[in-house]
Ligand binder design. Structure first.
Ligand code: AMP
Ligand code: MG
Length: 511
Protein backbone atom coordinates (compact mmCIF):
# COMPACT_ATOMS: atom_id res chain seq x y z
CA UNK A 1 0.00 0.00 0.00
CA UNK A 2 1.35 3.47 -0.76
CA UNK A 3 1.79 5.80 2.17
CA UNK A 4 -0.73 8.60 1.77
CA UNK A 5 0.55 11.77 3.38
CA UNK A 6 -1.76 14.21 5.07
CA UNK A 7 -1.53 17.59 3.37
CA UNK A 8 -3.02 20.98 4.08
CA UNK A 9 -6.57 21.51 2.85
CA UNK A 10 -6.90 23.16 -0.54
CA UNK A 11 -6.80 26.91 -0.25
CA UNK A 12 -8.29 29.33 -2.76
CA UNK A 13 -4.85 30.48 -3.79
CA UNK A 14 -4.36 32.05 -7.17
CA UNK A 15 -1.03 33.34 -8.47
CA UNK A 16 2.33 31.78 -7.74
CA UNK A 17 4.28 30.55 -5.76
CA UNK A 18 1.99 28.05 -4.31
CA UNK A 19 2.21 24.99 -2.14
CA UNK A 20 1.34 22.03 -4.35
CA UNK A 21 -0.01 18.62 -3.44
CA UNK A 22 2.65 15.96 -4.07
CA UNK A 23 2.21 13.81 -7.18
CA UNK A 24 0.80 10.39 -6.31
CA UNK A 25 3.82 8.55 -7.73
CA UNK A 26 6.07 10.29 -5.19
CA UNK A 27 4.06 8.97 -2.25
CA UNK A 28 4.80 5.26 -2.72
CA UNK A 29 7.49 4.02 -0.29
CA UNK A 30 9.76 0.99 -0.26
CA UNK A 31 10.49 -1.14 2.84
CA UNK A 32 13.11 1.38 3.99
CA UNK A 33 10.70 4.28 3.63
CA UNK A 34 12.44 5.68 0.54
CA UNK A 35 10.45 6.63 -2.60
CA UNK A 36 9.60 3.39 -4.39
CA UNK A 37 9.37 4.71 -7.94
CA UNK A 38 12.04 7.39 -8.16
CA UNK A 39 13.73 10.12 -6.18
CA UNK A 40 13.19 13.65 -4.91
CA UNK A 41 15.67 16.01 -6.57
CA UNK A 42 16.46 19.66 -6.01
CA UNK A 43 15.72 22.09 -8.84
CA UNK A 44 19.11 23.26 -10.10
CA UNK A 45 19.58 27.05 -10.26
CA UNK A 46 19.60 28.88 -13.59
CA UNK A 47 21.39 32.15 -14.39
CA UNK A 48 18.91 35.00 -14.86
CA UNK A 49 15.74 32.90 -15.26
CA UNK A 50 12.95 34.80 -17.02
CA UNK A 51 9.53 33.87 -18.22
CA UNK A 52 9.54 33.87 -22.03
CA UNK A 53 6.02 32.68 -22.61
CA UNK A 54 2.98 31.91 -20.50
CA UNK A 55 0.01 29.92 -21.73
CA UNK A 56 -2.58 32.22 -20.15
CA UNK A 57 -5.52 30.05 -21.18
CA UNK A 58 -4.03 26.95 -19.52
CA UNK A 59 -2.89 29.00 -16.52
CA UNK A 60 -6.46 30.22 -16.02
CA UNK A 61 -7.70 26.65 -16.34
CA UNK A 62 -5.32 25.67 -13.53
CA UNK A 63 -6.41 28.59 -11.39
CA UNK A 64 -3.11 30.45 -11.80
CA UNK A 65 -3.84 34.14 -12.09
CA UNK A 66 -1.61 35.93 -14.59
CA UNK A 67 0.28 39.04 -13.48
CA UNK A 68 3.84 40.36 -13.20
CA UNK A 69 4.39 38.73 -9.80
CA UNK A 70 3.10 35.39 -11.01
CA UNK A 71 5.37 35.55 -14.04
CA UNK A 72 8.43 36.39 -11.95
CA UNK A 73 7.60 33.68 -9.47
CA UNK A 74 7.13 31.03 -12.17
CA UNK A 75 10.57 31.96 -13.51
CA UNK A 76 12.03 31.82 -9.99
CA UNK A 77 10.60 28.35 -9.35
CA UNK A 78 12.02 26.92 -12.58
CA UNK A 79 15.33 28.65 -11.87
CA UNK A 80 15.69 26.96 -8.48
CA UNK A 81 15.14 30.16 -6.52
CA UNK A 82 11.73 29.63 -5.00
CA UNK A 83 12.25 29.36 -1.27
CA UNK A 84 8.53 29.86 -0.64
CA UNK A 85 7.20 26.70 -2.24
CA UNK A 86 8.80 24.36 -4.75
CA UNK A 87 12.46 23.66 -4.22
CA UNK A 88 12.49 20.11 -5.47
CA UNK A 89 10.64 17.75 -7.73
CA UNK A 90 10.15 14.04 -8.23
CA UNK A 91 12.05 12.14 -10.93
CA UNK A 92 10.64 8.71 -11.70
CA UNK A 93 12.42 5.62 -12.91
CA UNK A 94 11.35 3.75 -16.02
CA UNK A 95 12.76 1.50 -18.72
CA UNK A 96 11.96 1.41 -22.40
CA UNK A 97 12.42 -0.08 -25.82
CA UNK A 98 14.48 2.48 -27.70
CA UNK A 99 14.47 1.88 -31.45
CA UNK A 100 13.38 -1.67 -30.68
CA UNK A 101 16.10 -2.45 -28.14
CA UNK A 102 15.26 -2.89 -24.48
CA UNK A 103 17.09 -0.48 -22.18
CA UNK A 104 16.50 -1.77 -18.62
CA UNK A 105 16.85 1.57 -16.93
CA UNK A 106 16.08 5.05 -18.19
CA UNK A 107 13.97 7.40 -16.09
CA UNK A 108 13.30 11.11 -15.89
CA UNK A 109 16.79 12.34 -16.68
CA UNK A 110 15.85 15.99 -16.82
CA UNK A 111 12.23 16.26 -15.80
CA UNK A 112 10.81 16.42 -12.31
CA UNK A 113 7.21 16.70 -11.15
CA UNK A 114 6.85 19.54 -8.67
CA UNK A 115 3.29 18.75 -7.65
CA UNK A 116 -0.30 18.62 -8.73
CA UNK A 117 -2.97 21.26 -9.24
CA UNK A 118 -6.68 20.79 -9.68
CA UNK A 119 -8.03 22.21 -12.95
CA UNK A 120 -11.42 23.76 -13.52
CA UNK A 121 -12.99 20.44 -14.37
CA UNK A 122 -11.84 19.06 -11.01
CA UNK A 123 -9.14 16.87 -12.58
CA UNK A 124 -5.71 16.73 -10.92
CA UNK A 125 -2.92 17.82 -13.23
CA UNK A 126 0.76 17.12 -12.62
CA UNK A 127 3.15 20.01 -13.12
CA UNK A 128 6.52 18.91 -14.42
CA UNK A 129 9.64 20.96 -15.03
CA UNK A 130 11.52 19.67 -18.07
CA UNK A 131 15.17 20.73 -18.10
CA UNK A 132 15.42 21.50 -14.37
CA UNK A 133 18.77 19.82 -13.82
CA UNK A 134 20.28 16.39 -13.32
CA UNK A 135 18.53 13.51 -11.58
CA UNK A 136 19.71 10.02 -10.60
CA UNK A 137 18.52 8.97 -14.08
CA UNK A 138 20.49 11.49 -16.13
CA UNK A 139 23.19 8.94 -16.97
CA UNK A 140 25.95 11.04 -18.55
CA UNK A 141 23.78 13.93 -19.65
CA UNK A 142 23.34 17.33 -18.05
CA UNK A 143 19.67 17.32 -17.09
CA UNK A 144 19.06 20.41 -19.17
CA UNK A 145 16.93 21.32 -22.17
CA UNK A 146 17.91 24.00 -24.66
CA UNK A 147 15.60 26.85 -25.64
CA UNK A 148 15.26 25.41 -29.16
CA UNK A 149 13.83 22.07 -27.99
CA UNK A 150 11.66 23.73 -25.37
CA UNK A 151 10.04 26.02 -27.94
CA UNK A 152 9.56 23.03 -30.25
CA UNK A 153 7.75 21.07 -27.54
CA UNK A 154 5.65 24.07 -26.57
CA UNK A 155 4.58 24.71 -30.16
CA UNK A 156 3.76 21.12 -30.98
CA UNK A 157 1.83 20.30 -27.85
CA UNK A 158 -0.31 23.39 -28.19
CA UNK A 159 -0.76 22.79 -31.93
CA UNK A 160 -1.90 19.18 -31.39
CA UNK A 161 -4.20 20.24 -28.57
CA UNK A 162 -5.86 22.77 -30.86
CA UNK A 163 -6.30 20.04 -33.48
CA UNK A 164 -8.15 17.96 -30.89
CA UNK A 165 -5.35 15.41 -30.51
CA UNK A 166 -4.60 14.19 -26.96
CA UNK A 167 -1.29 15.54 -25.69
CA UNK A 168 0.60 16.76 -22.68
CA UNK A 169 0.25 20.53 -22.43
CA UNK A 170 2.77 23.33 -22.07
CA UNK A 171 2.17 26.01 -19.45
CA UNK A 172 5.25 28.18 -19.71
CA UNK A 173 8.78 28.55 -21.02
CA UNK A 174 11.48 29.93 -18.76
CA UNK A 175 14.67 31.05 -20.52
CA UNK A 176 18.03 31.74 -18.93
CA UNK A 177 21.66 32.70 -19.51
CA UNK A 178 22.95 29.30 -18.36
CA UNK A 179 25.14 27.88 -21.13
CA UNK A 180 24.49 24.34 -22.30
CA UNK A 181 26.82 22.39 -24.55
CA UNK A 182 25.19 20.66 -27.51
CA UNK A 183 26.74 20.71 -31.03
CA UNK A 184 27.36 24.36 -30.15
CA UNK A 185 26.89 26.24 -26.89
CA UNK A 186 23.20 27.07 -26.39
CA UNK A 187 21.10 28.48 -23.53
CA UNK A 188 19.22 26.39 -20.99
CA UNK A 189 15.45 26.70 -20.75
CA UNK A 190 12.79 24.98 -18.68
CA UNK A 191 9.38 23.91 -19.90
CA UNK A 192 6.43 23.66 -17.51
CA UNK A 193 4.70 20.54 -18.76
CA UNK A 194 1.20 19.58 -17.63
CA UNK A 195 -0.60 16.22 -17.78
CA UNK A 196 -3.05 14.27 -15.63
CA UNK A 197 -0.28 11.67 -15.40
CA UNK A 198 3.19 11.30 -16.84
CA UNK A 199 3.11 7.49 -16.50
CA UNK A 200 4.58 5.75 -19.51
CA UNK A 201 4.63 2.18 -20.78
CA UNK A 202 8.26 2.18 -19.65
CA UNK A 203 7.31 2.53 -15.96
CA UNK A 204 5.63 -0.88 -16.13
CA UNK A 205 8.40 -2.40 -18.24
CA UNK A 206 10.91 -1.34 -15.59
CA UNK A 207 9.01 -2.96 -12.74
CA UNK A 208 8.41 -6.15 -14.74
CA UNK A 209 12.05 -6.43 -15.83
CA UNK A 210 13.30 -5.98 -12.25
CA UNK A 211 10.85 -8.59 -10.95
CA UNK A 212 9.01 -6.06 -8.76
CA UNK A 213 5.64 -7.68 -9.32
CA UNK A 214 4.01 -6.30 -6.17
CA UNK A 215 5.13 -2.75 -6.99
CA UNK A 216 3.88 -3.17 -10.53
CA UNK A 217 0.50 -4.21 -9.14
CA UNK A 218 0.50 -1.22 -6.78
CA UNK A 219 1.27 1.22 -9.61
CA UNK A 220 -1.34 -0.34 -11.91
CA UNK A 221 -3.89 -0.30 -9.09
CA UNK A 222 -3.18 3.38 -8.59
CA UNK A 223 -3.62 4.09 -12.33
CA UNK A 224 -6.83 2.07 -12.35
CA UNK A 225 -8.26 3.87 -9.32
CA UNK A 226 -7.42 7.24 -10.81
CA UNK A 227 -8.38 6.81 -14.43
CA UNK A 228 -10.82 3.90 -14.45
CA UNK A 229 -12.48 4.06 -11.03
CA UNK A 230 -15.29 1.94 -12.41
CA UNK A 231 -12.93 -1.06 -12.55
CA UNK A 232 -11.82 -3.37 -9.73
CA UNK A 233 -8.13 -4.33 -9.40
CA UNK A 234 -8.87 -7.91 -10.48
CA UNK A 235 -7.58 -9.79 -13.54
CA UNK A 236 -10.74 -8.73 -15.43
CA UNK A 237 -10.32 -5.14 -14.26
CA UNK A 238 -6.68 -5.01 -15.31
CA UNK A 239 -7.50 -6.54 -18.70
CA UNK A 240 -10.17 -3.88 -19.22
CA UNK A 241 -7.64 -1.21 -18.20
CA UNK A 242 -5.11 -2.56 -20.71
CA UNK A 243 -7.83 -2.69 -23.38
CA UNK A 244 -8.48 0.96 -22.65
CA UNK A 245 -4.79 1.78 -23.12
CA UNK A 246 -4.75 -0.13 -26.41
CA UNK A 247 -7.89 1.68 -27.63
CA UNK A 248 -6.56 5.11 -26.65
CA UNK A 249 -3.20 4.41 -28.31
CA UNK A 250 -4.84 3.17 -31.51
CA UNK A 251 -7.07 6.23 -31.68
CA UNK A 252 -4.16 8.57 -30.96
CA UNK A 253 -2.05 7.20 -33.79
CA UNK A 254 -5.01 7.30 -36.18
CA UNK A 255 -5.32 11.00 -35.33
CA UNK A 256 -1.60 11.53 -35.95
CA UNK A 257 -1.94 9.89 -39.37
CA UNK A 258 -4.88 12.13 -40.19
CA UNK A 259 -2.87 15.33 -39.77
CA UNK A 260 0.46 13.94 -40.96
CA UNK A 261 2.05 14.21 -37.53
CA UNK A 262 5.21 12.14 -37.20
CA UNK A 263 6.40 11.63 -33.63
CA UNK A 264 9.97 10.77 -34.52
CA UNK A 265 10.92 8.72 -31.42
CA UNK A 266 8.13 6.24 -30.71
CA UNK A 267 10.09 4.41 -28.02
CA UNK A 268 7.98 2.72 -25.34
CA UNK A 269 9.33 5.20 -22.78
CA UNK A 270 7.68 7.91 -24.87
CA UNK A 271 4.23 6.28 -24.78
CA UNK A 272 1.69 7.50 -22.26
CA UNK A 273 -0.75 5.16 -20.51
CA UNK A 274 -3.39 7.83 -21.14
CA UNK A 275 -2.85 7.80 -24.90
CA UNK A 276 -1.36 11.30 -24.85
CA UNK A 277 1.27 12.48 -27.26
CA UNK A 278 4.32 12.89 -25.03
CA UNK A 279 7.99 13.81 -25.38
CA UNK A 280 8.32 15.99 -28.42
CA UNK A 281 11.78 15.66 -29.89
CA UNK A 282 12.51 15.46 -33.60
CA UNK A 283 8.82 15.38 -34.56
CA UNK A 284 7.45 16.85 -37.74
CA UNK A 285 4.22 17.63 -39.53
CA UNK A 286 4.68 15.99 -42.89
CA UNK A 287 4.43 18.54 -45.65
CA UNK A 288 4.79 16.70 -48.98
CA UNK A 289 2.94 13.41 -48.66
CA UNK A 290 5.23 10.38 -48.69
CA UNK A 291 4.34 7.27 -46.78
CA UNK A 292 8.02 6.54 -46.15
CA UNK A 293 8.59 10.03 -44.75
CA UNK A 294 11.07 10.03 -41.82
CA UNK A 295 11.07 13.18 -39.72
CA UNK A 296 13.96 12.25 -37.42
CA UNK A 297 17.32 12.66 -39.10
CA UNK A 298 18.81 10.14 -36.62
CA UNK A 299 16.31 7.39 -37.60
CA UNK A 300 18.48 5.86 -40.32
CA UNK A 301 16.38 2.72 -40.75
CA UNK A 302 13.08 4.59 -40.91
CA UNK A 303 11.73 2.57 -37.99
CA UNK A 304 9.42 5.47 -37.13
CA UNK A 305 8.53 6.52 -40.68
CA UNK A 306 5.00 7.92 -41.14
CA UNK A 307 3.48 4.74 -42.55
CA UNK A 308 5.00 2.59 -39.81
CA UNK A 309 3.55 4.56 -36.91
CA UNK A 310 0.41 2.41 -36.47
CA UNK A 311 2.37 -0.86 -36.47
CA UNK A 312 4.92 0.57 -34.05
CA UNK A 313 2.19 1.77 -31.71
CA UNK A 314 0.75 -1.73 -31.75
CA UNK A 315 4.18 -3.20 -31.05
CA UNK A 316 4.54 -0.80 -28.12
CA UNK A 317 1.17 -1.94 -26.77
CA UNK A 318 2.49 -5.50 -26.98
CA UNK A 319 5.46 -4.48 -24.80
CA UNK A 320 3.10 -2.82 -22.29
CA UNK A 321 0.81 -5.83 -22.11
CA UNK A 322 3.76 -8.22 -21.82
CA UNK A 323 5.05 -6.17 -18.89
CA UNK A 324 1.65 -6.48 -17.22
CA UNK A 325 1.17 -10.25 -17.75
CA UNK A 326 1.33 -10.80 -13.98
CA UNK A 327 -1.92 -8.81 -13.65
CA UNK A 328 -4.12 -10.42 -16.26
CA UNK A 329 -4.85 -13.79 -14.63
CA UNK A 330 -5.36 -15.30 -11.19
CA UNK A 331 -2.28 -16.26 -9.15
CA UNK A 332 -2.28 -19.94 -10.12
CA UNK A 333 -2.23 -19.32 -13.88
CA UNK A 334 0.81 -20.32 -15.92
CA UNK A 335 2.39 -18.20 -18.62
CA UNK A 336 0.49 -19.81 -21.49
CA UNK A 337 -2.79 -19.11 -19.76
CA UNK A 338 -1.76 -15.50 -19.16
CA UNK A 339 -0.78 -15.04 -22.79
CA UNK A 340 -4.05 -16.58 -23.94
CA UNK A 341 -5.94 -14.02 -21.85
CA UNK A 342 -3.76 -11.10 -22.91
CA UNK A 343 -3.59 -11.78 -26.65
CA UNK A 344 -7.16 -10.66 -27.44
CA UNK A 345 -6.46 -7.41 -25.57
CA UNK A 346 -3.62 -6.68 -27.97
CA UNK A 347 -5.43 -8.05 -31.01
CA UNK A 348 -8.12 -5.41 -30.52
CA UNK A 349 -5.56 -2.79 -31.59
CA UNK A 350 -5.97 -3.60 -35.29
CA UNK A 351 -9.74 -3.17 -35.42
CA UNK A 352 -9.64 -0.12 -33.11
CA UNK A 353 -7.06 1.48 -35.33
CA UNK A 354 -8.85 0.67 -38.60
CA UNK A 355 -12.18 1.93 -37.30
CA UNK A 356 -10.69 5.19 -36.01
CA UNK A 357 -8.59 5.73 -39.11
CA UNK A 358 -11.40 5.07 -41.56
CA UNK A 359 -13.72 7.42 -39.66
CA UNK A 360 -11.02 10.12 -39.71
CA UNK A 361 -10.34 9.73 -43.44
CA UNK A 362 -14.07 9.79 -44.19
CA UNK A 363 -14.36 13.03 -42.24
CA UNK A 364 -11.39 14.43 -44.11
CA UNK A 365 -13.14 13.64 -47.38
CA UNK A 366 -16.40 15.12 -46.12
CA UNK A 367 -18.25 11.79 -46.37
CA UNK A 368 -21.17 11.35 -44.00
CA UNK A 369 -22.08 7.79 -44.88
CA UNK A 370 -19.91 4.71 -44.65
CA UNK A 371 -19.81 2.76 -47.90
CA UNK A 372 -17.85 -0.15 -49.31
CA UNK A 373 -14.88 1.04 -51.27
CA UNK A 374 -14.20 4.08 -49.05
CA UNK A 375 -10.95 2.52 -47.96
CA UNK A 376 -9.80 2.20 -51.57
CA UNK A 377 -10.93 5.73 -52.35
CA UNK A 378 -8.72 7.04 -49.54
CA UNK A 379 -5.76 4.88 -50.47
CA UNK A 380 -5.94 5.86 -54.11
CA UNK A 381 -6.04 9.54 -53.17
CA UNK A 382 -2.96 9.08 -51.00
CA UNK A 383 -1.23 7.32 -53.87
CA UNK A 384 -2.04 10.25 -56.18
CA UNK A 385 -0.78 12.69 -53.57
CA UNK A 386 2.45 10.76 -53.24
CA UNK A 387 2.89 10.59 -57.02
CA UNK A 388 2.43 14.34 -57.38
CA UNK A 389 4.44 15.32 -54.29
CA UNK A 390 1.32 17.01 -52.91
CA UNK A 391 1.32 19.02 -49.72
CA UNK A 392 -0.71 17.04 -47.17
CA UNK A 393 -2.61 19.83 -45.42
CA UNK A 394 -3.13 22.02 -48.49
CA UNK A 395 -4.48 19.17 -50.62
CA UNK A 396 -7.25 18.30 -48.17
CA UNK A 397 -8.06 21.95 -47.67
CA UNK A 398 -8.35 22.38 -51.45
CA UNK A 399 -10.53 19.28 -51.66
CA UNK A 400 -13.02 21.04 -49.39
CA UNK A 401 -13.51 23.66 -52.12
CA UNK A 402 -14.32 21.11 -54.81
CA UNK A 403 -17.81 21.52 -56.29
CA UNK A 404 -19.53 18.37 -57.44
CA UNK A 405 -20.36 19.93 -60.79
CA UNK A 406 -17.77 22.66 -60.87
CA UNK A 407 -14.13 23.23 -61.83
CA UNK A 408 -11.05 21.56 -60.49
CA UNK A 409 -9.30 23.27 -57.58
CA UNK A 410 -6.93 20.33 -57.25
CA UNK A 411 -4.81 20.56 -60.39
CA UNK A 412 -2.04 22.30 -58.41
CA UNK A 413 -1.98 19.48 -55.91
CA UNK A 414 -2.77 16.25 -57.72
CA UNK A 415 -1.74 17.16 -61.27
CA UNK A 416 -3.97 16.83 -64.31
CA UNK A 417 -3.11 13.40 -65.64
CA UNK A 418 -5.61 10.63 -66.15
CA UNK A 419 -5.01 9.06 -62.76
CA UNK A 420 -5.79 12.34 -61.00
CA UNK A 421 -8.87 13.20 -63.05
CA UNK A 422 -10.03 9.57 -62.74
CA UNK A 423 -9.82 9.78 -58.96
CA UNK A 424 -11.70 13.08 -58.90
CA UNK A 425 -14.58 11.64 -60.93
CA UNK A 426 -14.81 8.68 -58.55
CA UNK A 427 -14.88 11.10 -55.62
CA UNK A 428 -17.62 13.17 -57.27
CA UNK A 429 -19.60 10.00 -57.93
CA UNK A 430 -19.22 9.00 -54.30
CA UNK A 431 -20.43 12.43 -53.17
CA UNK A 432 -23.42 12.30 -55.50
CA UNK A 433 -24.29 8.86 -54.16
CA UNK A 434 -24.84 10.31 -50.69
CA UNK A 435 -26.48 13.51 -52.03
CA UNK A 436 -23.70 15.62 -50.63
CA UNK A 437 -24.30 19.35 -50.47
CA UNK A 438 -21.23 21.34 -51.58
CA UNK A 439 -21.51 24.15 -49.03
CA UNK A 440 -22.31 21.95 -46.06
CA UNK A 441 -19.50 19.59 -47.03
CA UNK A 442 -17.01 22.43 -47.38
CA UNK A 443 -17.90 23.70 -43.91
CA UNK A 444 -17.53 20.22 -42.42
CA UNK A 445 -14.23 19.61 -44.20
CA UNK A 446 -12.87 22.94 -43.01
CA UNK A 447 -13.52 21.88 -39.45
CA UNK A 448 -11.49 18.72 -39.82
CA UNK A 449 -8.76 19.65 -42.32
CA UNK A 450 -6.53 22.34 -40.82
CA UNK A 451 -5.72 25.47 -42.77
CA UNK A 452 -2.55 25.87 -40.69
CA UNK A 453 -0.10 23.25 -39.45
CA UNK A 454 3.19 23.61 -37.64
CA UNK A 455 5.58 23.44 -40.56
CA UNK A 456 9.23 22.96 -39.70
CA UNK A 457 10.34 26.28 -41.09
CA UNK A 458 7.71 28.11 -39.02
CA UNK A 459 9.01 26.47 -35.85
CA UNK A 460 12.59 27.31 -36.85
CA UNK A 461 11.69 30.93 -37.56
CA UNK A 462 10.04 31.29 -34.12
CA UNK A 463 13.03 29.58 -32.45
CA UNK A 464 15.64 31.80 -34.11
CA UNK A 465 13.72 34.91 -33.08
CA UNK A 466 13.27 33.65 -29.51
CA UNK A 467 16.98 32.83 -29.32
CA UNK A 468 17.82 36.39 -30.28
CA UNK A 469 15.43 37.74 -27.65
CA UNK A 470 12.33 38.42 -29.76
CA UNK A 471 9.32 36.38 -28.63
CA UNK A 472 6.89 38.05 -31.08
CA UNK A 473 7.06 35.45 -33.91
CA UNK A 474 6.51 32.65 -31.36
CA UNK A 475 3.49 34.43 -29.89
CA UNK A 476 2.05 35.11 -33.34
CA UNK A 477 2.58 31.53 -34.53
CA UNK A 478 0.94 30.13 -31.40
CA UNK A 479 -2.01 32.47 -31.82
CA UNK A 480 -2.51 31.21 -35.34
CA UNK A 481 -2.07 27.52 -34.47
CA UNK A 482 -4.62 27.81 -31.68
CA UNK A 483 -7.29 28.27 -34.39
CA UNK A 484 -5.93 25.91 -37.05
CA UNK A 485 -9.23 25.45 -38.87
CA UNK A 486 -10.02 29.15 -39.28
CA UNK A 487 -9.12 30.93 -42.51
CA UNK A 488 -7.26 33.75 -40.69
CA UNK A 489 -6.36 35.73 -43.83
CA UNK A 490 -4.00 37.89 -41.74
CA UNK A 491 -1.84 34.77 -41.24
CA UNK A 492 -1.57 33.79 -44.91
CA UNK A 493 2.23 34.17 -44.72
CA UNK A 494 2.26 31.27 -42.22
CA UNK A 495 1.10 28.99 -45.00
CA UNK A 496 3.62 30.18 -47.57
CA UNK A 497 6.07 27.76 -49.21
CA UNK A 498 9.25 27.42 -47.14
CA UNK A 499 11.75 30.25 -47.69
CA UNK A 500 15.14 29.45 -49.28
CA UNK A 501 16.95 29.40 -45.93
CA UNK A 502 14.73 26.51 -44.81
CA UNK A 503 15.63 24.21 -47.71
CA UNK A 504 18.05 21.99 -45.77
CA UNK A 505 16.32 22.01 -42.37
CA UNK A 506 16.46 18.73 -40.49
CA UNK A 507 15.81 17.66 -36.91
CA UNK A 508 17.59 14.97 -34.94
CA UNK A 509 17.54 13.54 -31.42
CA UNK A 510 19.76 16.33 -30.02
CA UNK A 511 17.77 18.44 -27.58
P1 AMP B 1 14.23 11.12 -25.02
O1 AMP B 1 14.88 10.53 -26.20
O2 AMP B 1 14.22 12.63 -24.98
O3 AMP B 1 12.87 10.55 -24.76
O4 AMP B 1 15.15 10.74 -23.77
C1 AMP B 1 15.52 9.42 -23.44
C2 AMP B 1 16.04 9.41 -22.04
O5 AMP B 1 17.18 10.26 -21.92
C3 AMP B 1 15.05 9.89 -21.00
O6 AMP B 1 15.21 9.08 -19.87
C4 AMP B 1 15.46 11.31 -20.76
O7 AMP B 1 15.08 11.78 -19.49
C5 AMP B 1 16.96 11.24 -20.91
N1 AMP B 1 17.54 12.51 -21.35
C6 AMP B 1 17.40 13.12 -22.55
N2 AMP B 1 18.09 14.27 -22.59
C7 AMP B 1 18.68 14.41 -21.38
C8 AMP B 1 19.52 15.40 -20.78
N3 AMP B 1 19.90 16.49 -21.44
N4 AMP B 1 19.92 15.20 -19.51
C9 AMP B 1 19.56 14.10 -18.83
N5 AMP B 1 18.78 13.13 -19.34
C10 AMP B 1 18.33 13.29 -20.59
MG1 MG C 1 11.51 10.50 -23.56
Amino acid sequence: MPATPISEPDAMTTGWPRRLAPPAIATFRDAEGAPAFGAQVPIKPLDAPRLLHLNTELAADLGIEDGPETRDALAATAGGGDAAACTDGFASVYAGHQFGIFVPQLGDGRATIIGTLRDHRGQDQELQLKGAGPTPYSRFADGRAVLRSTVREYLASEALHALGIPTTRALAIVGSDTPVQRETVERAAVLYRVAPSHLRFGHFEYLAATGRTEDLRALATHALARFRPDLEPTPEGFRAWLSDIVARTARLVAQWQGVGFCHGVMNTDNFSILGLTIDYGPYGFMERFHRAHICNHSDHEGRYAYARQPAIAQWNCARMISACLSLVADDGADNDERIALAQPVLDAFASAYSASALAIWRDKLGLREARDGDDALVNDLLERMEASDADFARTFRALADLRIDGGDPLADHLGEDEAATGWLSRYRERLRAEHSDDDARRDRMRRTNPRFVLRNWLAQHAISAAESGDPAPLDRLLDCLRRPFDEQPECADLDAPPPDWAAGLSVSCSS
